[in-house]
Structure formats: C-alpha cells, structure tokens
Design a protein around this ligand. Structure first.
Ligand code: ADP
Ligand code: MG
Length: 559
C-alpha cells in the first residue's frame, strides 16, 4: 500500500513540474521577473526532490515485495514437489522442474515489479497528462488524442505476433537445462570417451535453437519501441507546428507549449511502459501456467489411512503384482508373487533390465502398482501412511547417493537422532568403520559434493550404514554389494546376517555367491518370475537360474 502511495506521489510531482515550468517561462522569463523565477525554481526543486525520494523508496519496497513473493512461491513449489512420487518426476522431467522453480518464478517476479511500479503510475500519467494538456490548449490536445489509437494498434499487433514465441522459449530453456545437466553430471564419461566435441556441439545446437526463438520473439518486440518513438516524435512535430500558429494567433503562450510537449511525452512514455507490461504479461502467464501445472499435479499416491496395530510384523507379500511405467507398452513387472518374512533373506536375481530395481522401488510406493496387491505386515500397503511405511524400510539404492556434509551426517540421514555410538556401530557392520577412521577427521570428514572424494565401494558402504542405523523391519538392498571386493562382500554379509536376524531382508544381487545361502531366491526375466526357491531347488528346476550360475562359475574358474 505504502508502495502505491509512493508511486502516486512521484507521478503527481512529475505531472506538476511542467506546469511550474510553464509559469516560469510565461511569467518569469517573458516578463523578466527574476525573483519570481528564483521562487518558483526553488519550489520546482523541492517538488522534484519529493518525486525522486519517493521513487527511490518505492523501488526499494517493490523489490522487497516481489522477492518476498517469489520466495514464498518457490518454497510452495518445492514443498509440493517433495510430495511427488517418482511417477510425477518422470512426467515433467527433473530439468524442467528446476527451470520452473527458478526461471519461471523469476519471470513472474519481474512482472510484479513492473505492475507495482506501473499499476498506479501509468493510468495516472496518461489520463492526467491528457487532462492537463486539454487545460492548456484543447485544440492541440486533439492531436495527442488522435495518436492514441495508432499506439494501441501497434501494441496489439506486436502482442499478437510475439506471444506464441514465449511459450516455445520456456520449453527450449528446459531443453538447454537438460543438455547442460546431462553433460555436466556425466562429465567423466564424456571425457573418458572423448566425446567433448560431441557434447559441445549438442550444447551449441540447443543453445542456438534457443537463441533463434529468442531472436524471433525479440524481433517482434523490437518493433515496439522504435514504432512508439516514431509515433511520439511525429505527434510532437505536429503539436509544435500547430502550436506555432496558435502562439501567433495569441491563443497560447510559449511556456504553455513547452509544458504541453512535456505532457505529451509523459503520456506516451506511460503508454510505452504499459505496452511493456503487455509484453511481460503473456510471458509471465506462460510461466505461471507452467508453475500451475506443477502445483496442480497431485501425486498418484493415495493416502487412505493409518494402521498401527499389525499382526504379522515385518512380513512382505507380493500378490500377482503387475506394474507398468507410465507410457510403457510392456509391463516392467508381471504377476509377481512371493512372501518374505522376518528372519528370512530373499534374494532377487536376473539379467539387467529384468525388473529387479523396479520390484524394490514398488515397496516404498515410489510408484503405484497397476494390479495385484502388495501387503506389508499382512495389510495392504495402502493402509499405511507413506511415512509410516517408509519408517519400516531401510533402502540402499543401486546408486549410492550421498549428500554434502560430514560422514556422520550422511549416516544419520537414516535416523536423525542417532547417537555417535549408533553411527559408529552401523559403520562397523557396514565395513565402513575402517576406512572412515583412517581419515584425518574420521566421522567428521566432509564429503565434497555428494562424496566425490570416495570410491564407489566406500560410498556403497556408507549408504548401507545409513540404512542400518535405522534398524528397520525390512531391508531393501538394491545391488548394494556390486562395488565391493569379494572379501569385503563376504565379511559384510556375515556381519549383516547377525545384525538382521529379526528383520526381513531383500537383496538384489548379480553375483550368485552373494545370494547362494539366501532362504529363497527369486529369478526374474523380462519382468516375469521364472523361478522361486532355494539355491539347490533352483539348480534343479530353473534353466534360467542354471544358466546364470553356469556363466558365473565358468567366469570364476577362468579367473
Ligand atoms: P534391473 O534393476 O533388473 O536392471 P529395472 O527394474 O531397472 O531393471 O528396469 C526394468 C525395466 O523397466 C527396463 O526395461 C527399463 O528399461 C524399464 N525402466 C526402468 N526405470 C524406468 C523408468 N523410470 N521409466 C520407464 N521405464 C523404466
Ligand atoms: Mg537395477
């Protein structure tokens, strides 16, 4: 509100100044009245100072308001995104979500600044300008009024042709972000394969594409300002020409003509600002829609209720579960059924792309299943709140993900109130204690940017410690031992066996000897379960399993 009042003061002072100037010229200069010039001159300065002061304060307030707004909006969008299932991430795309929380919100912020500054000012200046112009000389004012429709025609034309480009512009920006993200996160691979040039070209191409669209949009917009100044200058010439006749005829004084021209300029300038706003509105509208899309996208995950008293603590059952990724033709999992109980180790084995990770990701409800049922503790897993469900789980993802912070912070991620002793113990079981304690700062060692200073196997062990510190009812290990050498793998499994005696353990593994002693082994092929049983049973009954075992045994024999 104060902001609007300030803008109001500023606009008024600007409207008042030309009249004062006209008085100086007509009364002071023409008649040679020096004291009058000084008196009014000082007054003019005061008015101008008030105008400038309120402008500075107004801009300050405007930026406070607009940045505050975009901060709240950004927080709202981010916390909404946090509720998404992986389904929604796949749908919009991570890069686009990043553009939407940054660039798109900035577009809106810019519009708000413009609106706050122009909302009061522009109408006041243009209407005030016209009215004051009429009081000076009605005939001349008609010239001014006549030029207004031409102005609006121009604004309309530019708007109509420029707007469609803005939509494309934001989409291309998404594309650029995606390329950038891919090649920066994959920089090692890019360099190792000597594909720097290829990536450069890819970036260049996307960037050029963005530039072209941006050029097209701005070319249309570029017509606007020259067009407006052309009209403005023509109008001024016309006013001066007509004004000279009026002065000759004695209807008008020189000072009044000068004031008049200033009003004309102020009015046109205000209109220019309005037209700028018209350019910004569609752009911000595109951005607003994109943000709205994110906010309206509700997660496919339904929260139906919360059930705490359960009979079969720690059991997990898949009943004819079928799941398909959004847009995929073939289901990634088809009719998978098995039961896993506490104290049992269930192993899942199968070729790459057979659906092992998918199976594990269904348990924490990262995705919703298509048909069949998934039971946890003997209850449909929808009976739990997501948070309750995830509290029961300790997931070690296929790719160990660590966050910036200390090693202890990263392990504590699994259980924020874990004591130092618990953190140390978890690290010990995960076979991480040895290398962590060898570091100069031990558990307080900082992990640079998600652990670039660690090896793959070290990261995996920290991710395992993070799951262990939770002491969950159900452990989900997604290929978590693949980066470990045989000896560490064996030691870790032995320690885990003792630690997870009471828990339900699901292990996805590639190596047969990691899972040979599991209580049950599930063999997946192309999303279908083609075998279930112990190692000995499967050797006899499952050709697929036999094949996997045979290929690895011969490899070992060769090695
Ligand atoms: P595994 O872990 O056994 O190697 P996954 O479970 O990761 O296999 O993948 C199973 C199948 O699902 C593959 O054909 C893969 O292409 C597909 N898939 C995996 N993740 C996604 C995803 N986010 N969107 C679409 N398809 C996916
Ligand atoms: Mg996998």
């Amino acid at each position: 509100m104060l902001c609007i009042a300030l803008v109001f003061v500023q606009a008024l002072s600007q409207l008042y100044l030309p009249t004062l100037m006209a008085d100086i010229v007509d009364i002071g200069v023409v008649k040679g009245n020096t004291p009058y010039i000084i008196r009014v001159g000082v007054f003019m300065m005061l008015v101008a100072a008030a105008g400038t002061g309120s402008m500075i304060l107004g801009s300050y307030l405007t930026s406070r308001i607009s940045t505050g707004f975009s901060r709240s909006l950004r927080t709202a969008v981010f916390s909404h995104i946090e509720t998404f299932s992986l389904n929604e991430f796949d749908q919009i795309g991570t890069s686009s979500l990043i553009t939407r929380t940054t660039n798109d919100i900035n577009q809106i912020q810019q519009l708000i600044v413009m609106m706050l500054l122009m909302f009061v000012r522009a109408p006041l200046m243009s209407i005030g300008g016209v009215v004051l112009a009429f009081t000076k000389d009605a005939l001349l004012a008609l010239i001014l009024v006549a030029s207004i429709p031409i102005l609006f025609a121009l604004i309309y034309f530019v708007q109509k042709h420029g707007v469609p480009y803005f939509q494309k512009l934001q989409v291309k920006l998404d594309g650029l972000n995606r390329v950038l993200r891919e090649s920066l996160t994959g920089i090692r691979v890019v360099r190792a394969f000597g594909r720097n040039h290829h990536e450069m070209e890819r970036f260049d191409e996307t960037s050029r594409d963005l530039m072209k669209t941006s050029l097209k949009a701005n070319r249309t917009m570029g017509l606007l300002f020259p067009g407006l100044s052309l009209i403005l200058n023509l109008a001024i010439v016309a006013i001066m020409w007509a004004g000279s006749f009026r002065i000759d005829a004695g209807h008008l004084q020189v000072g009044d003509l000068m004031a008049f021209i200033q009003y004309a300029m102020q009015m046109m300038f205000a209109l220019m600002m309005v037209s700028m706003m018209f350019v910004m509105i569609p752009r911000a509208q595109v951005s607003a829609n994109r943000i709205g899309e994110v906010l309206q996208l509700t997660t496919g995950i339904l929260e139906t209720g919360s059930h705490r008293e359960t009979k079969e603590k720690g059991t997990l059952e898949f009943r004819e579960v079928t799941f398909r990724y959004p847009g995929a033709e073939k289901p990634a999992l088809e009719n998978v059924s098995f039961t896993a109980g506490p104290g049992q180790v269930t192993a899942i084995i199968g070729g790459t792309g057979s659906g092992k990770s998918t199976l594990l990701n269904l348990i924490p409800r990262f995705y919703e299943i298509e048909s069949g049922r998934l039971l946890v503790d003997g209850l449909d897993h929808h009976a739990f709140l997501q948070e309750e469900l995830r509290d029961k789980l300790g997931l070690v993802p296929q790719k160990a993900i660590l966050f910036s912070g200390t090693i202890a912070d990263n392990i504590r991620f699994g259980k924020p109130d874990a004591t130092d002793e618990e953190v140390r113990y978890a690290a010990e079981i995960a076979q991480a204690a040895e290398f962590v304690e060898a570091l100069p700062d031990g558990y307080d060692s900082l992990l640079n940017q998600g652990g670039v200073n660690l090896s793959g196997g070290q990261k995996q062990r920290l991710a395992i410690a993070r799951a262990l510190v939770r002491k969950p009812e159900i452990y989900l290990f997604d290929d978590s031992f693949s980066a470990l050498d045989f000896k560490t793998d064996a030691r870790l499994r032995q320690a885990l066996r003792r630690e997870t005696e009471e828990a339900t353990v699901l292990i996805v593994a590639q190596r047969v000897n990691t899972i040979m002693d599991a209580d049950q082994i599930i063999v997946l092929e192309d999303g279908r379960m083609v075998g279930k049983g112990s190692h000995e049973e499967l050797i006899k009954s499952s050709p697929v399993y036999r094949e996997i075992v045979a290929s690895q045994l011969s490899e070992e024999a060769l090695g």
